[in-house]
Design a protein around this ligand. Sequence first.
Ligand SMILES: [Zn+2]
Length: 73
Amino acid sequence: MANTLYCYHCRIYHPKEEMRQIETKGGKRWRCIKSIEATKRGMEAREAFGRQTTDINKAEAQSKARLVLNAEK
Ligand SMILES: [Zn+2]
């Protein structure tokens, strides 16, 4: 276990070269690159989803606006 570090995210030991030390509210902790990357990807996916939802809302608002215009005719 000489070259392993405890990953607070996975709660298991990983090889040291797969680990990064990061600052958390509780102080410095070791976390594996894999979990950091996974979180980053997850955040990007959420952002992409948010953008998609915004586009849908925009399209909906536009179609509603068109309906209002048609109703006024
Ligand atoms: Zn890990």
